[in-house]
Write a protein that binds this ligand. Structure first.
Ligand code: ASP
Length: 319
């Protein structure tokens, strides 16, 4: 997919479904087709909002809800398991017009975490709510709540067993390597017809995580950032690095201070800074002219984009 376009499009939407050691040789064609169908469905949901003059924020939420509902991805249903065999979810949303943001983390019963992030942004005085408090807020906002068993998916359950077996062999390891059983975080960025940008991200975190570990996804500036003056960014990868390097904000800051274009800024952070640090992952990003970037330093990243004249879906490095 050509990611270095120079454009002026009335709207654009980009999404990701996680990054990692994703190789074509390991993926049966039927599975690849399933991913393409899911990413296209999410693109459609987001584009429908943008075509109808909806806001970038509503488009991002619509697209992310589709991915959260699909067990293929590590967000909402199909989230990865913690060491205690539970699902702890997180999501964030940012509006590039007013720099408003909302996020939740460590929740176990909110069906669509991105809707809770939107409620925090629109209906609270806060930015980040955690655990029981976030769940109480979601209940008061009349958001859909589910029994935690709703999030269960067989491949994630097997993933936890695999992670624990590996841990027995090698001792406790932070999840440095990206293997089959843990990627699938989702994210979306959009530019609407009014020139506003928005970014959102949603995840189950990393398989076998302990101690209420929180990753980059709900951290504004790390897992998500949007500013109409620069760009909107959503991250996926080894969250600890994305927090330490404030990845999403760093891309925006390079555009603001160094006057870099989107692709230059995003490539520098993902392919230089993070690679030097040893952090694996990628981002999707869009600027106010509809230029998009989807750099990743992993073998693959589920990704897709749409604007009025083009649409693309890719998974592997060579796509
Ligand atoms: N960034 C997420 C986290 O660290 C994981 C991912 O993107 O796969 O929780």
């Amino acid at each position: 997919m050509n990611t270095n376009q120079s454009k002026n499009t009335p709207y654009a939407l980009v999404l990701h479904g996680g990054s990692g050691a994703i190789f074509r040789k390991n993926m049966p064609p039927a599975k690849e087709a399933e991913y393409h169908a899911a990413l296209n469905k999410a693109l459609d949901a987001g584009e429908t909002v943008l075509k109808a003059n909806g806001t970038a924020m509503n488009a991002v939420v619509a697209a992310i809800k589709v991915l959260e509902d699909d067990p293929l991805f590590n967000a909402g249903k199909g989230a990865v398991f913690t060491n205690e065999a539970t699902n702890e979810l997180a999501a964030s949303l940012m509006d590039g017009e007013k720099l408003n943001a909302g996020a939740i983390c460590g929740v176990t019963n909110i069906k669509n975490p991105i809707t809770a992030a939107q409620a925090v942004l629109e209906k609270s005085n806060h930015v980040l709510l955690a655990g029981k408090g976030a769940e109480q807020f979601a209940k008061e906002m009349d958001l859909a709540l589910v029994d935690p068993s709703y999030f269960w998916a067989e491949h994630r359950w097997k993933g936890l067993a695999l992670a624990k077996a590996k841990e027995l062999e090698t001792g406790y390891v932070e999840q440095l390597e990206f293997n089959d059983w843990k990627y699938g975080t989702v994210g979306c960025v959009a530019l609407d017809k009014n020139g506003n940008l928005a970014a959102g991200t949603s995840t189950g975190g990393m398989t076998n995580k302990r101690y209420n570990r929180i990753g980059d996804t709900p951290i504004i500036g790390a897992g998500c950032y949007a500013d109409n003056n620069t760009c909107a960014v959503s991250s996926t990868g080894h969250g600890e690095y994305f927090i330490r390097y404030a990845v999403a904000h760093d891309i925006s800051a390079r555009m603001a201070y160094l006057k870099e274009d989107l692709a230059t800024a995003a490539n520098h952070v993902i392919h230089k800074k993070l690679v030097t640090a040893g952090g694996r992952g990628g981002v999707i990003a869009v600027d106010k002219n509809g230029n998009i970037a989807m750099p990743h330093n992993t073998e693959g990243m589920y990704r897709a984009f749409v604007n009025p004249t083009e649409r693309g879906v890719g998974i592997f490095k060579e796509d």
